[in-house]
Ligand binder design. Structure first.
Ligand SMILES: [Zn+2]
Length: 208
């Protein structure tokens, strides 16, 4: 083997072992799993004015940061291992340009009503998984009750059966825990507060 060929051979070997090391560092299934998990973590989104406006997944938050639409205000302390680089994961991001947030109401849906009512039966107060909750018409449909934010509440099956087709005024032992309201930005903020209660990085933006 000539000297030149030997040099090339050594270089190739080095390149291969470097690639193998990189693959070992970044390409394992465990890493992929961790990355996926990290990318789904909730991130608090602030308006340019520091007003909390939304919660999004870490993946979306990273895209906003990388595109220069938002900047990271608080880091999570976790790193995303991408190709040859480690990206600090955001916990709170802030939009660089102020966005007017219309006081819109969210779509009336089972999911949003359960979200508004925090997966809690509005009669007995029990918090349950969504699969164990139903929607109850406060004024029964058979009595002219409509399917609106003000007339639909999360309800456990037991309370739903107990109430049946009666009006609340006809039942002695049942009351509504809260007046049902449309899902507004105000409600969203309540949910953000609930989610951020335990996270110090969110707290200072949510409880002011
Ligand atoms: Zn109940």
């Amino acid at each position: 083997m000539s000297l030149g060929k030997a040099m090339i051979h050594v270089r190739k070997q080095k390149a291969i072992s470097k690639a193998a090391a990189l693959a070992a560092e970044h390409g394992t299934a465990l890493h992929a799993f961790q990355s996926n998990h990290i990318l789904q973590m909730p991130v608090l989104v602030l308006n340019a004015s520091y007003e909390p406006i939304n919660i999004c997944g870490a993946r979306r938050a990273l895209v906003l940061v990388l595109k220069g639409i938002a900047r990271t205000e608080e880091e999570h302390g976790l790193m995303l291992h991408a190709q040859r680089s480690r990206i600090p994961m955001p916990s709170v991001i802030r939009l660089l340009e102020y966005r007017r947030i219309p006081h819109q109401t969210r779509a009336l849906s089972r999911k949003n009503i359960l979200l508004r009512d925090r997966n809690t039966c509005q009669y007995c107060g029990e918090a349950l998984p969504p699969s164990e909750l139903t929607l109850d018409h406060v004024v029964p449909r058979s009595r002219g009750g409509s399917s609106t934010w003000e007339n639909l509440v999360a309800c456990c099956h037991a309370c739903n059966r107990h109430k049946g087709n009666r009006m609340l005024s006809e039942i002695e032992d049942m009351i509504l825990l809260r007046e049902p309201r449309p899902f507004s930005l105000h409600t969203s903020r309540q949910i953000m507060r609930m989610l951020g209660r335990s996270d110090d990085r969110w707290r200072k933006y949510l409880f002011y």
